[in-house]
Design a protein around this ligand. Structure first.
Ligand code: ADP
Length: 275
């Protein structure tokens, strides 16, 4: 970890981006991309900010499908990629560059180089906030991203542990123990590299029966709330399992766009307003 901190501030800065929010999870499949997409759209539509969305989940990029973007980015004269905009959010994803059905079989250094390109060689053109859909897990790629993206919006130096800037990491987890154990690892990883944790989002909290309205706690009750309390973190949202959330992801129309007045959309907008 120490070796990462020798990067100069210049190496870390992303041109024209004021703040960066990394949406991360210890495990795959817990709803990290779903959260990143809906949060980005809520920040753009509800908070009227200039928002970018960087899909750094290089092995399983979901942003092309979830944001309904299927063309390839154009390139500027100085060879920077121009992000593609939908729902008011400028997006960049490895999925724009590779064949949809081709497996991405890369070794570590190639992943690092792709992440470097996607973070530095994109013409974001002035953003209030860049939401990053992080690769799942707590390995090298996540550490590199945390450092390269300058997640705090300020040089990442917190002598007395105080938070500077408005960026940081949001950790997504389901209420299930196996997911929460990995989420804790994610929190510790970010803390080690002095990235502020903005809070925990519990996804798939419960399923409300569409017929009788009875909630079923498929993955257990209150797991993220307990973990947040134990770790001194804020629980920023509890998002239920809903067919419309899944549909929105598959059809490329995030629920924040298709049903802006729904309870879930309001929850995403609350997160956007509070991070
Ligand atoms: P991750 O990025 O953590 O791998 P995704 O965001 O890709 O997870 O979510 C996995 C799948 O679960 C997606 O296809 C998405 O449609 C679905 N999903 C995520 N969150 C919810 C939810 N709250 N309700 C219903 N489906 C969800």
């Amino acid at each position: 970890i120490r070796s990462y901190s020798v990067l100069s501030n210049d190496q870390l800065r992303i041109n024209g981006v004021k703040d960066v929010i990394a949406v991360a999870s210890g495990k795959g499949g817990v709803g990290k991309s779903t959260t990143a997409v809906n949060l980005a759209v809520a920040l753009a539509i509800k908070c009227r900010l200039k928002v970018g969305l960087l899909d750094a989940d290089v092995y399983g990029p979901s942003v092309p499908t979830m944001m309904n973007i299927h063309q390839k980015p154009e390139v500027t004269r100085d060879m920077k990629m121009i992000p593609i905009e939908n729902y008011g959010v400028k997006c960049m994803s490895m999925g724009f560059l590779v064949d949809k059905d081709a497996p991405i079989v890369w070794r570590g250094p190639m992943v690092m180089s792709a992440l470097q390109k996607m973070s530095k060689e994109v013409e974001w053109g002035g953003l209030d906030i860049l939401v990053v859909d992080m690769p799942p897990g707590t390995g090298d790629a996540q550490l590199t991203m945390s450092q390269k993206l300058q997640l705090s919006g300020q040089p990442p130096i917190f002598p007395k542990g105080e938070k500077k800037g408005n960026g940081g990491a949001l950790i997504v987890s389901t209420p299930q123990d196996v997911a929460l154990i990995d989420a804790r690892r994610g929190v510790r990883m970010f803390s080690k590299v002095q990235v502020p944790i903005l809070g925990l989002i519990e996804n798939m909290s419960c399923f409300k029966c569409p017929h009788c309205g009875e909630p079923s706690f498929i993955f257990g009750v209150g797991g993220a709330r307990r973990t947040a309390a134990e770790m001194g973190l804020q629980l920023v949202a509890e998002i239920p399992i809903e067919v419309d959330i899944r549909k929105g992801c598959d059809e490329g129309i995030p629920i924040v766009v298709s049903a802006p007045d729904s309870v879930v959309s309001k929850a995403y907008c609350d997160v956007a307003q509070n991070v």
